[in-house]
Design a protein around this ligand. Structure first.
Ligand code: PLP
Length: 394
């Protein structure tokens, strides 16, 4: 049955911001109280308290983006200039950029067809490393048991880039709480949407105090962060101010979304697993499985063109899916893709990473928001299967 691409589901729109945000936004607009440190009990402070409670950690520091949270994390750890930071080579360009911004050197680690870090390459590159930044790209969790064991054996701090992993668990433990520091994004394509924004979480009061000051809690503004007064006072005037604070409007938009986390995570997983199962009908497509300890919270789907595919066939599949109404991006086949490491030419000595490259040339990416309906999911699965059938006749 031919599909009508004009009725394809819209995979780009976010969910509406809950109605409950409106009164608070109106109050902020009418008072002009947008700066987080003007009043006591500001929306940003409430967001930090509620997010920390949700994650079960001691401290949350809200900032302007996840990339800034990653930068602050490295600064809070006091990594020296030139420190070597291991990072998966399958991530978003802003992640190695944050490492460069912190004066450190990204050491790219191979990611294989599982879309997760290659343990052999990780172990090989630990020698000489100063820190580990695990980017859970597209919410795929690398083997955190192996990573924590190896890092702890060498005394290396682990930062989790959990930008896209809110709601994901590992052995039942929330992703972002396993390393010393976890960082999340509130950019519109993530589970909580403020347009832009991020947060850094930790249980370590020293790291929290340092990050608070450097985020821009100048003079005595740090007094508005509960429980950290003595630590912050000790760092007063001794750290640079990188001014990457969150403002109150962002927090007002986020606060009523916190109650949606588990529903969005569960719906996203149900959508993902249904479409993944449907794609299993074709021997030419495969969806990398979650690792056994992992419960995912996806809002997108990644699958591999498996078996023998030429670049031309992969491009033809992309074009055919588009004609059927579904936008598929093969990471390595679109010009200037920010997730293809060979485009990170701001890095000196870009290595060749054959496993990651081969994966990126056949790994497909589609958006699959939690709000999609069952007919939407069937439309997407049918369109993808039809596109394969056009390129790879039985
Ligand atoms: C979105 C994303 C980032 C960047 O987040 P920003 O808030 O836009 O800086 C970093 N890492 C991953 C894995 C992401 O998905």
């Amino acid at each position: 049955m031919p599909r009508d691409a004009r009725i394809a589901p819209n995979c780009y729109d976010a969910e509406p911001i809950p109605e409950a945000a409106r009164a608070e936004i109106e109050r902020l607009l009418s008072t002009g109280d947008l700066f987080r440190y003007t009043s006591e009990d500001a929306p940003v402070a409430r967001l930090e308290a509620e997010f920390a409670a949700h994650m079960g950690v001691s401290y949350a520091i809200a900032v302007s983006s996840c990339s800034q949270a990653l930068f602050l994390a490295m600064k809070a750890l006091d990594l020296p200039a030139g420190a070597r930071v291991l990072v998966p080579a399958f991530t978003f360009a802003a992640v190695p950029s944050a490492i460069v911004h912190a004066g450190c050197v990204p050491v790219l680690v191979e990611v294989d067809d599982s879309l997760r870090i290659d343990p052999l390459d990780f172990r090989a590159k630990l020698e000489g490393a100063d820190a580990v930044l695990i980017s859970h790209m597209r919410g795929h969790t690398s083997d955190m048991d192996m990573i924590m064991d190896e890092a702890e054996a060498r005394g290396l701090p682990v930062i989790e880039d959990a930008a896209h992993s809110l709601g994901t668990t590992w052995h039942g433990r929330k992703i972002g709480t396993i390393g010393r520091i976890g960082c999340f994004s509130f950019q519109s394509y993530k589970l909580l949407n403020a347009g832009e924004g991020g947060v850094m979480i930790t249980d370590d009061p020293e790291l929290a105090a340092r990050a608070i000051i450097m985020s821009g809690a100048y003079e005595h503004n740090w007094k508005k962060h509960p429980g950290l007064t003595a630590r912050c006072e000790a760092w007063q005037n001794r750290l640079p101010l990188y001014n990457c604070r969150m403002q109150n409007l962002s927090a007002a938009i986020l606060l009523p979304q916190l109650g949606e986390i588990s529903r969005r995570a569960a719906d996203g997983l149900r959508n993902h697993d249904h479409v993944a199962e449907r794609l299993g009908e074709s021997r030419w497509l495969s969806v990398p499985p979650a690792l056994p300890p992992e419960t995912r919270a996806p809002d997108s789907l990644q699958f591999l063109l498996s078996g023998d595919w030429s670049d031309e066939e992969a491009r033809a599949f992309q074009a055919e899916a588009k004609a059927q109404g579904v936008s598929v991006s093969v990471f390595g086949l679109s010009t200037d893709n920010a997730r293809a490491f060979w485009n990170w030419q701001f890095l000196t000595d870009l290595p060749d990473l054959p496993k990651t490259r081969a994966m990126l040339m056949r790994a497909c990416d589609i958006r699959l928001p939690a709000r999609l309906t069952q007919p939407d999911l069937e439309f997407i699965a049918d369109a993808l299967l039809e596109a394969v059938a056009q390129v790879k006749p039985a």
